[in-house]
Structures are given as C-alpha cells and as structure tokens.
Design a protein around this ligand. Structure first.
Ligand code: G3I
Length: 396
C-alpha cells in the first residue's frame, strides 16, 4: 500500500497526505486502475520521459495539431506537444477547402499559425495535404455552368493551388503529403474527380508541380490500410511508376489508423520493408489505435459512417484496466517493429495529441468516447505511453 500511494503521487504529481486529499476520489480511483494496469503488464509507470528524447536515435515523433491547440486555447495539449514531439502536421487547416474555399481566394491565417508554431520551436513541419478527393470544394471540379471541368482547366487549378501553397511555405514546410488516398482497397485507382477528369497521371503531375514549387521539400504519397496486401501492391505500383518517370518522390506515409486486432505486427513489418525496398523513406503518419467495437469494415475511409448505439460505446468514462493493458501491449508490439526498422523509418506521427480531441470520438460513429492515443482526457500518460517508452529502452 505505501508503494501504491507513492506511485500515485509520482504519476499524478499530487502529494497525498491525510490532510490534503486534494485529488478527487475519482482521480485516485482512476490512478489506482492505471497502476494496476501497469503492473499487470510489467511496464514501469511513472516514467516522465519525453518521447522525442527517448526515440532520438530512431525517428522523429510527431503529432497532428488542431487550430485550437495552435492558437493557444488548449495550453495543456500544447505543453505535451512541446515536451514530446519534434514534428507536427496540421490535422485540417492545410486541406484545400480551408486554404482555397473559393476560386483564387486563399485563406492562410490558420495554416500560417501552425507553421509559425512549428518554426518557433524548430520542429519538422509536414504539409497535409495537397491533393485529396475529400475536403476539396466542388467548384474545383466544375465549370461556370456547374458541368464537369475539362482536363486542361483542372490541371491549371491544380498547378495554381500547389504552387501558391507550397511556394508560400518554401523552406518552412519540409515535407508534403502531395497525394493522399488515391487507391481503393483492392489496389486499383480510386475513381475520384481528379482521376476521372485528368486520368491516372494526375498523381505524377501533382508531384512534379510540388517539386517545381519547392525543390528542397520532401514529397510523400500517403494512404491508409497499406498493410493489406492488395492495397499495398497498388501503392507499390503507383510509386514504381513515378520512379520510372523520374518524378521525385521521397517517401510513403502509411497512415497507421490501427485497431487492437489489425494489422498484425508481421503485416506492419512487411509494409515497411516493401516501401523501403524501393529506396523510399517510410513514415507512420497518422498513428492511433481504435479500441471501440465496430459493425462496419471501414479502414479509415472517411465517407463511411454508422449510427450511434450504446453497445458501440462501451467505455464512456475511462478504459477498464484490462483494456488499458491490451492497448499498452498493442502499442508495445507496434513500436517494437518500428524500432527494429528504425533505419528505414524517418518519423512516427500520432493523429492527434490526447484522447479528448481524437477524430475517432466522432468517426465512424458520432459522439463516442474513444481512447486511441498515449495521453488520456486529462492529458496524463497512459500505460500505453510507458509501454512505448520501454520499447526504446529494451533495445538500447
Ligand atoms: O470545425 C467544425 C465545427 O465547427 C463543426 O461544428 C463540426 C460539425 O460537424 O465540424 C467541425 O469540423 C470537422 C473537423 O474535422 C474538425 O473537427 C469536420 O466536420 C470533420 O469532417 C473534420 O474531420 C477531419 C477529417 O480528416 C476530414 O477532413 C478530421 O478532423 C481529421 O482527423 C481527418 O483526418 C484524416 C486525414 O486528413 C487523412 N487520413 C484520414 C484521417 C482521418 O479521417
């Protein structure tokens, strides 16, 4: 018991005395749960290491930031970012609908804020994302009569957008997700408006425009579910095609929107090896682990949604210790693979900072309570955090 109390104090930074029971009972109970989850899996909780320090010999550690955090409205989240991350990606504000909502009218305020945030702190800033089928306003694909636009016009719009955006952040944004999610699950090209109007070479053209706008920027293809063989083969084909045309591509981002039971560590490993085998850098770009049940197979396909039902939201307050343990083991398994292949991986970026603001609270079911990241709703490190830290220590 004395050990348990001192562990609680260490974890919470709250001195516990008979007189000052300053923590609420709930907080103490939760911490006891957390402690039991840690000892249940044999990880040393209470280690207040910085992730970017722990993995400094392996890869950069990044996070996706929302505008609230960047503009100072979520200082506790910003403190986590400063302590743990050396790379940032804007979660939403560099998507086309945010940057150019109307033809020729660019709105850079929020994107400027995130770039300034990163530059001030010397972080590696990733631009996300130039060409995506989603969050792109419909005007982009229409002529003045609302009819589908022709190839030449769409190429011009693509070029104007890419050269304006990449040009603005030249030398500050060091890498760009140039094309996002161009593939179907079977590895064929997604029939997006980009594909239907321009044809398959829209991918190569987007990369060429980005390179022209900032020759020193790294350029990436980014997608989810690349751990599944058919889609991975599609991506390999797409990348080889760029390489055959001598188009610059520096890396592939495998998004890493994972579940507790998918993909297997072996699938993750095969994916890293396959892209590295083409001479490319590999990045885990949007890492999170969905712990909630699902009733549809979604990958991370944003267009898929399902209705809220209570049984799809089983942990509305906190994760029970056995699930905390399962999540911690899962993260440890994943990071063991990442550390093993650190020579091929340049960056591991989490899609968010803490559970309270993860996109997975609202997708594919709106209004659930998900627990996919390393920091909980009170900004505290979870057993999964300590498990991840341990993976670096065990190897070095
Ligand atoms: O900000 C508005 C808010 O004012 C409004 O009340 C609310 C009502 O729905 O919507 C809010 O905007 C939402 C926005 O996230 C900010 O939370 C949008 O509806 C919602 O569509 C948007 O979702 C984003 C999604 O991409 C679509 O762009 C997620 O935050 C973002 O995490 C997610 O990120 C994508 C990557 O870019 C690509 N890979 C998959 C990944 C997950 O879908």
């Amino acid at each position: 018991m004395p050990h348990l109390l001192s562990e609680i104090q260490r974890l919470t930074h709250h001195p516990i005395t008979m007189k000052s029971m300053s923590m609420s009972r709930m907080a103490i109970l939760r911490t006891m749960f957390l402690f039991s989850a840690c000892i249940g899996i044999g990880f040393a909780c209470g280690d207040d290491s910085s992730l970017k320090e722990v993995f400094r010999h392996h890869f950069m550690i990044g996070g996706a930031l929302n505008d609230e955090l960047v503009s100072g409205k979520d200082p506790q989240a910003a403190a986590l970012v400063e302590r743990h991350f050396n790379s940032i990606t804007p979660e939403n504000v560099m998507k086309w609908e945010h940057l150019q909502p109307e033809p020729g009218k660019f709105t850079f305020e929020a994107a400027d804020r995130v770039v300034e945030f990163g530059v001030k702190r010397g972080m590696f800033i990733v631009g996300h994302t130039l060409i995506w089928h989603h969050q792109t306003p419909s005007w982009v694909f229409q002529d003045s009569n609302g009819k589908p636009v022709d190839r030449k016009t769409l190429l011009k719009r693509m070029k104007d957008h890419i050269s304006t955006v990449v040009g603005r952040y030249r030398g500050k944004v060091r890498g760009w997700d140039v094309v996002n999610e161009a593939l179907n699950e079977d590895g064929s090209m997604r029939q997006s408006s980009w594909m239907m109007v321009i044809g398959e070479d829209y991918v190569a053209t987007a990369f060429a425009y980005a390179h022209e706008a900032d020759p020193s920027a790294e350029l990436y293809y980014n997608d989810f579910s690349l751990e599944n063989e058919p889609k991975r083969h599609g991506a390999l084909r797409l990348v080889k095609d760029l390489q055959a045309r001598k188009i610059r591509i520096d890396g592939v981002g495998t998004q890493g929107h994972y579940k507790l039971d998918w993909p297997s560590p072996a699938q993750v490993e095969q994916t890293i090896e396959a892209f590295a085998g083409l001479g490319l850098g590999v990045m885990i770009t949007e890492l999170d682990v969905d712990v909630l049940p699902y009733d549809i197979e979604t990958g991370a396909e944003i267009s898929m949604r399902t209705e809220f039902r209570a049984e799809l939201n089983p942990y509305p307050t906190s994760l029970p210790p056995d699930k905390e343990q399962e999540l911690a083991r899962r993260y440890a398994d994943l990071f063991r693979v990442f550390v093993k292949h650190a020579d091929k991986i340049s960056r591991v970026t989490f899609w968010g900072v803490y559970d309270g603001r993860s996109w997975l609270n609202d997708w594919p079911v709106r209004g659930r309570t998900n627990h996919p990241l390393l920091f909980d709703r009170s900004y505290r490190p979870k057993p999964a955090f300590f498990a991840v830290v341990q993976t670096a220590r065990k190897i070095h």
